[in-house]
Write a new protein. Structure first.
Length: 86
C-alpha cells in the first residue's frame, strides 16, 4: 500500500466500514509511514474534538490577534479588484 492508496481509504478506515484485510493493510502502512500516521492521528483528534463539542477559551491576547488577522484578511479581499487585477 502506498500513501495515495492509504489516503483514499482513510475516511472508510476511520468510519470502520472496511473489510479486515484492508484494515490490516492500512494499519501495516501506519507502522512505517510517519506522514500517514500524522494525518490519520490528526484527523482522529479533529473528529473527537467535534464529537465532544467542547469550546475552548482562548487567552485574550490570542483572541485579539486572531480577530485582527481575520479582519485584516477580510478588508484586503474587499479592497482587491475583481478578477485578481492585471
Amino acid at each position: 500500500m502506498n500513501c495515495k492508496e492509504f489516503l483514499t481509504e482513510l475516511t472508510d478506515y476511520l468510519d470502520g466500514v472496511i473489510d479486515q484485510r484492508l484494515r490490516n493493510d492500512l494499519e501495516e502502512h501506519l507502522t512505517w509511514c510517519h506522514e500517514c500516521f500524522v494525518v490519520c492521528n490528526t484527523t482522529k483528534m479533529t473528529i473527537q474534538i467535534y464529537r465532544d463539542n467542547e469550546t475552548y477559551d482562548l487567552p485574550e491576547d490570542l483572541r485579539s490577534r486572531l480577530q485582527g488577522a481575520i479582519m485584516s484578511k477580510c478588508r484586503s479581499k474587499k479592497a482587491a479588484p475583481e478578477g485578481g487585477g492585471a
